[in-house]
Design a binder for this molecule. Structure first.
Ligand SMILES: *Cc1c(COP(=O)(O)O)cnc(C)c1O
Length: 321
C-alpha cells in the first residue's frame, strides 16, 4: 500500500530562520489514501488481519481520525468490512473547550468514500469510546462475523514495529546522524518504534497531541509488547520517553491560533502542508525548543501526515470567506 522509502530533504528557509540544519521526513507522502504515518502501521496490521481471516475490522478514534481514514482505505483494498466508533473530541478527564474541526468534510468525507461504517457518539471520555467499540465488536461477532480488533491509532505492537522499520529506513538514507528527531506523538506506536530504533543514533522528542503526561506509561507497555514480539528490540521504560506537553493548547483536536499560524508559515515559506491536530503543534514545539536553546544542530522533523484535516478547519485567519 505505502510508497516507501519516503523522501527526506532539507528545509532551507526554516533552517535559515531558526539558525539550525533542519530536515524533514515526508511521511505525509506515504501515498496510500492521502498518506500519513498510519500507512506504515497498516502494512503489518492488515497482513495480520488477513492471516487470521478477518471479515470485519473494528477500531475507534476522533471523527477526524487519520487512522480510521487510512484503515478504511486498506479495508476497501482487501475487501474487509470496516467499523469505527468515533466521537468528535474524545477526552481524558475534562473536555477541551475551544474551536473544533468541522464534523463533516476532511477525513469524514474520505471515510464515506471508502465505505467505512462510522458509529458516531456524543463526546465523552476515551474509556467510553473504547467501551462502545467493544460493544460493536461483540454484536458483530454475535451476528457470526470474524472480527479483528485494532486499538486506537493502530498502536498495537505491530504498529510500533512498523516504526522500528521506519527508523532503519531513515538510517539508510543519510550518512550523518541527526542530533534530534522531533515528531507529533499521540497513541504512541510512532514514538515507541522510532525511539527504540534510533536510541543509539539520535535524541527522539515527541510533541504531545494529548493533555495527558501519564500517557508515557502506555508507551512503556506498548514497548514491552514490541519486545515480546521481537526480543532483539530493546524495551523502554516510561521515564525514557521525551514527551513535551506544552504545545497541546486547549486539548486534543482543539484548534488554537498559534498552531494555525505555524501551518500558514510553513505553507507560505516551504510549500508544505501541516495539520491542525498533530504536525502543526509539533512544528510549533520544534521551533520553540530551538528558540529557547533546548535543542539545536542537525534536526529532523518527522512529518506524520494528517493533511486532510486542513479542509475541516472552520475558519483560517485572514480568510474572509
Ligand atoms: C496518529 C497521528 C500521529 C500520532 O501517531 P501515534 O503513533 O498515534 O502516536 C501524529 N500525526 C498524525 C498526522 C497522526 O495522524
Amino acid at each position: 500500500m505505502c510508497c516507501l522509502p519516503t523522501p527526506i530533504h532539507r528545509l532551507d528557509w526554516l533552517s535559515g530562520r531558526l539558525q539550525v540544519d533542519l530536515w524533514i521526513k515526508r511521511d505525509d507522502l506515504t501515498g496510500f489514501a492521502f498518506g500519513g504515518n498510519k500507512g506504515r502501521k497498516l502494512e503489518y496490521i492488515l497482513a495480520d488481519a488477513i492471516a487470521s481471516r478477518a471479515e470485519v475490522i473494528t477500531s475507534c478514534g476522533a471523527s477526524q481520525s487519520n487512522f480510521v481514514r487510512q484503515l478504511g482505505a486498506a479495508c476497501a483494498r482487501f475487501g474487509i468490512e470496516c467499523h469505527a466508533a468515533v466521537m468528535d473530541c474524545p477526552y481524558e478527564g475534562i473536555p477541551g473547550e475551544g474551536t473544533r474541526l468541522l464534523n463533516h468534510s476532511g477525513n469524514i468525507l474520505l471515510d464515506h468514500l471508502f465505505g467505512v461504517k462510522l458509529h458516531r457518539y456524543a463526546d465523552s471520555t476515551w474509556d467510553d469510546l473504547y467501551a462502545r467499540t467493544e460493544e460493536i465488536s461483540k454484536s458483530l461477532e454475535k451476528s457470526g462475523k470474524r472480527v479483528y480488533r485494532v486499538p486506537v491509532g493502530g498502536s498495537c505492537p505491530l504498529g510500533a514495529y512498523s516504526f522500528w522499520e521506519a527508523a532503519r529506513e531513515l538510517r539508510a538514507q543519510t550518512q550523518d546522524r541527526f542530533d534530534y528527531v522531533v515528531m507529533a506523538s499521540s497513541s504512541g506506536s510512532t514514538h515507541v518504534g522510532l525511539h527504540a530504533g534510533l536510541k543509539d543514533w539520535a535524541n527522539v522528542i515527541g510533541i504531545a497531541a494529548d493533555p495527558e503526561p501519564e500517557i508515557v506509561e502506555d508507551f512503556a507497555e506498548l514497548s514491552q509488547g514490541l519486545s515480546l514480539l521481537y526480543p532483539s528490540i530493546p524495551t523502554l521504560s516510561a521515564g525514557e520517553f521525551e514527551l513535551k506537553g506544552s504545545y497541546v493548547g486547549k486539548g486534543y483536536s482543539i484548534l488554537d491560533e498559534v498552531t494555525l499560524a505555524t501551518i500558514m508559515l510553513v505553507a507560505e515559506e516551504e510549500g508544505i502542508i501541516l495539520d491542525p491536530v498533530y504536525t502543526g503543534k509539533a512544528m510549533t514545539g520544534l521551533m520553540d525548543l530551538v528558540q529557547t536553546g533546548e535543542i539545536g544542530g542537525r534536526i529532523l522533523f518527522w512529518h506524520t501526515g494528517g493533511t486532510p484535516t486542513v479542509f475541516a478547519v472552520p475558519k483560517w485567519p485572514g480568510d474572509g470567506s
